[in-house]
Design a protein around this ligand. Structure first.
Ligand code: EPU
Length: 422
């Protein structure tokens, strides 16, 4: 197992390019199961979770090819509708094929995802939506068995906002008979990107990015070419790394409008930020003020940047309060940051971060994807050597993060476990 070594403190400067969005690419790749012909997808990041969904598509019988920078996916020969536990246990987002398989074959058998390091993460809202569209759902021996002779459009209102739930139902409703009205839908840019892709394939979806979406069912979907949006969480992670370490960096190939709330918070802390349509220019001299914030569905502060924001807030003056509203167990990084000298106390969903503490390098363990990113930021800031183990969590969702940071001047390198011991 690889480890990341960081010698700190670091000062970052230069330019860095953001990769395509993991969380936009996953549902779009799942949606390729519904189209006829070859889908050409551009800006797909090369990372662990993407390899998992491509394995899943291949397992189902799709052909996946790389052509220059594009990924070509053809699902014409898919005949399988059974997704085993082995594929789902490595990535919960595999549940995103449930809607497409059901819409295409009238049946699907998908392993039920279990719990996860950041919370229980039920899928009751996905199943409720499919049932409203007319599917019969049975859970047996760890599998979801879904069946419908024909899905039929209807009004579906989500009790809570769910990103993948909205996407699953959107995809299923695309091939349903009649009109589906989705209320209290997720408004995340990744939902909008999926709607754009489905519409290019011939779907009829309007209202994506608002609370209410209208999906007029169509008979079939065809082929499309689509470029995945930039990863707003990777962009935010890079911006926070610069803000925390001090530096002067232009974060390019990103969509600043998807990070409005985060950038406003950072400016309120004293980080200097300029932006144009495709880039964010961050300058930080480390004279930073505390702030209070809470995670919310889009356009609020994303839960996927909470851990990285916490690492940043250890470097501000005063005590900041973070409330995590989306996932009940998303404070796994707190104990590891504590090993580096951070003073953070937790009370339920609320964390109080005492700023102005000097962090020191330490051996730490990544517990989930975004927790790993927060440890990288802390390691860049800390004095001395930080050794991060279990970096496979990081590799699931960040494309070449250490190379990108290295190019900005960071002293960060990867070693295999054997090399470390030797
Ligand atoms: N929820 C339910 N029932 C459901 C679905 C969700 O109670 O049927 C609850 C969840 O337990 C959670 C809340 O609703 O408390 C929000 O969960 P949501 O369904 O929105 O999360 P998700 O769709 O499973 C996606 C991202 C996550 C990101 C969340 C929130 C993907 C593949 N994953 O998950 O990304 O944190 O939305 O924005 O799109 C990550 O990339 O690190 C990551 C965890």
């Amino acid at each position: 197992m690889d480890q990341l070594m960081i010698e700190g403190p670091n000062f970052l400067s230069g330019r860095v390019q953001v990769s395509g969005s993991k969380n936009a690419a996953l549902p779009i790749l799942a949606a390729t199961l519904m189209g006829q012909g070859t889908q050409k997808i551009l800006n797909v990041p090369n990372l662990g979770d993407i390899r998992t969904i491509l394995n899943l598509l291949t397992h189902l019988g799709a052909s996946v090819k790389k052509e220059d920078s594009a990924l070509l996916v053809c699902a014409d020969s898919v005949s399988e509708h059974d997704v085993p536990y082995e594929l789902v246990k490595t990535m919960r987002a595999s549940i995103l094929v449930l809607g497409p398989l059901l819409a295409r074959f009238g049946k699907a058998k998908v392993s039920l995802p279990g719990g996860c390091a950041i919370g229980e993460r039920p899928i009751n809202l996905h199943l409720m939506g499919l049932q409203k569209l007319g599917a019969q759902i049975e859970i047996s021996e760890g599998y979801i068995y879904a069946q419908a002779s024909k899905l039929t459009g209807t009004k579906i209102c989500f009790d809570d906002i769910t990103v993948n739930g909205t996407q699953n139902i959107m995809m299923a409703a695309t091939l349903a008979k009649g009109v589906t009205l989705l209320e209290n839908a997720a408004k995340e840019p990744e939902v909008v990107d999926l709607a754009h892709f489905l519409n290019k394939m011939g779907a009829n979806i309007s209202g994506a990015g608002t609370d209410t979406m209208i999906i007029e069912g169509v008979e079939t979907l065809g082929q499309a070419t689509h470029e995945i949006i930039p990863d707003r969480i990777e962009a935010g992670t890079l911006v926070l790394a610069v803000a925390a370490t001090g530096g002067n960096v232009r974060v390019e190939h990103c969509a600043p409008q998807h990070l409005g709330f985060v950038l406003d918070k950072l400016m309120a802390c004293g980080v200097h930020i300029e932006q144009d349509e495709r880039s964010i220019w961050v300058k930080s001299n480390k004279v930073l003020e505390k702030i209070n914030m809470e995670t919310k569905p889009y356009p609020g502060f994303p839960t996927d940047l909470q851990a990285q924001m916490m690492a940043f807030l250890t470097q501000t003056q005063g005590t900041s309060r973070i409330v995590e509203n989306i996932f009940e167990k998303r404070f796994n990084h707190v104990a590891e940051l504590g090993r580096m000298g951070a003073q953070i106390t937790i009370d339920g969903r609320c964390a109080m971060v005492e700023g102005g503490k000097k962090l020191s390098g330490a051996p730490v363990m990544a517990t989930d994807l975004r927790a790993s990113a927060s440890l990288v930021i802390a390691g860049l800031v800390a004095h001395g050597r930080t050794e991060i183990s279990r970096v496979y969590h990081l590799d699931r969702g960040y494309e070449q993060l250490e190379e990108k940071l290295k190019n900005l001047g960071a002293r960060i390198y990867r070693v295999s476990n054997r090399e470390c011991k030797g």
